[in-house]
Design a protein around this ligand. Sequence first.
Ligand code: 5GP
Length: 179
Amino acid sequence: MTNDIDRILYTEEQIYKRVKELAQEINDFFGNSPIVAVFVLKGSAFFASDLIRWLEMDVTMEFMSVSSYGLESVSSGKLSIKKDIDTDVAGKNVLIIEDIIDTGITLTTLKKLFQSRGAKTVKVVTMLSKPSRRLVEFEADFTGFEVPDAFVVGYGLDYADRYRNLPYIAALKRSVYEK
Ligand code: 5GP
C-alpha cells in the first residue's frame, strides 16, 4: 500500500495538532450552544470522530452519505442521498463535517439542503480544501489544510476504497489513478 504513495503531505502529529486547533475555533464560535455534528461518510469518519471529542458543547452525532449530480445539482439543489440523518434539524445548529472540498459542488448543495430543512445555522468544517479546483465559489467556515491539486488519500480518504487506514494524509502516485 505504501508503495503507491508519492509523498506525505501531513503527518499524524501535524493532523493531531491542527484538529485540536480547529476544535478550539469551533468552541469559540458556538460557545455553549448545542450542535448536530453531521459526519459526511465515509471519508470524514476519522477526522469527525477526532474533532468532536475536543468540542465542549452538547454534540449529537449524525451520519450521512451523499453524492452530487455534478454542476446541475448546484442550481437544482438535487443531491443523491444514499443515507440520510435520523433527526429533524429545524431550529438547530448544524455542523457539517467534510473530508475534502474539491469543486465545491457537494457542499454547496448539502448546505442548501440543511438550510431548506430549517436549521438555525449551518456551518461547514473541512479537513482539507483544494481551492485551485473550485467550479463553484465555496468556502468552508473552518478549514484544516489547503492542499495542492493532487489526489490525496489516508486518514479516512480513499481511492477505490483503499488507503483509508493510512494514519497520515498523502498524495497518491499519478500512475495509480491514471492506469
Ligand atoms: P466536490 O467538492 O468536488 O463536490 O467533492 C468533494 C468530494 O470529492 C469529497 O468528499 C471526496 O469524496 C472527493 N474528492 C475530491 N478530491 C479528492 C481527493 O483528492 N482524494 C479523495 N480521496 N477524494 C477526493
